[in-house]
Design a protein around this ligand. Structure first.
Ligand SMILES: Nc1nc2c(ncn2[C@@H]2O[C@H](COP(=O)(O)OP(=O)(O)O)[C@@H](O)[C@H]2O)c(=O)[nH]1
Ligand SMILES: [Mg+2]
Length: 210
């Protein structure tokens, strides 16, 4: 059995303004994706706490940046739940507002180590996701991919879907960005993501000796 890497998780605050976010005192890992992609479910699964990040049946509501403090006792880090994008019912103005809010957060947040971009593995590559990852790439912002809801696919479907994403992403990137296959209920991908975060956490530890 693998060692548990997340010992505690507490909600810090929800922020609607960037300068109201908690001070950038700890390494930070952000989670982002289209509304309904399974972000709250993945976060709750990762930290083993049902209801920490609210799962909602009416997507597109949360437009706040939510900070959670992980492992408060030792080697703390922030897990950040960013507002979902691309909800069909939001107006163009709302989407632009979202865009500039989140983009400036990602661009300016100095303690941000990596952003996990969540992609629903049940559906083919979507323009909005590809464009968002391209933007991250252009800004030089590190990101990796977490495919969600993977338990819904057969092995063959997984191969086909993976090839589709691979083809799409290789138009921009020489290598496929680092990626994880996840499923919330099955807790698929949990150990892999936790270990990756722990490794980065260690790698950047010296930048946070305050
Ligand atoms: N089949 C399946 N459904 C999931 C999974 N994760 C989330 N969902 C469902 O997808 C919907 C949206 O989940 P939620 O976590 O609230 O998504 P968010 O809007 O991205 O935070 C809910 O109905 C969840 O039950 C998963 O791994 N597998
Ligand atoms: Mg959510």
């Amino acid at each position: 059995m693998s060692k548990e890497l997340i010992h505690s998780a507490t909600f810090v605050k929800s922020s609607v303004e960037i300068d109201k976010c908690p001070p950038p005192a700890y390494p930070e890992f952000a989670f982002i994706g289209r509304s309904n992609v399974g972000k709250s479910s993945l976060i709750n699964m990762l930290v083993n706490k049902k209801g920490l990040a609210k799962t909602s049946s009416s997507p597109g509501k949360t437009q706040t940046i939510n900070h959670f403090l992980i492992n408060e006792e030792k080697n703390p880090w922030f897990l950040v739940d960013l507002p979902g994008y691309g909800y069909a019912k939001t107006s163009k103005t709302e989407r632009n507002k979202w865009g500039s809010f989140i983009r400036s957060y990602l661009d300016k947040r100095e303690n941000l180590i990596c952003t996990f971009v969540l992609l629903d593995f049940r559906i083919p590559p979507q323009k909005i996701d590809i464009e968002f990852m391209q933007w991250l790439g252009e800004q030089g912002l590190p990101f990796c991919i977490a495919f969600t809801k993977c338990e819904k696919l057969t092995e063959l479907q997984k191969t086909i879907r993976f090839d589709a994403f691979s083809t799409e992403l290789k138009k921009t990137w020489e290598e496929l960005p680092q990626h994880f296959l996840t499923a919330a209920v099955e807790r698929m991908g949990r150990v892999e993501i936790q270990e990756q975060i722990a490794a980065w956490r260690k790698e950047f530890a010296n930048d946070f000796t305050l």
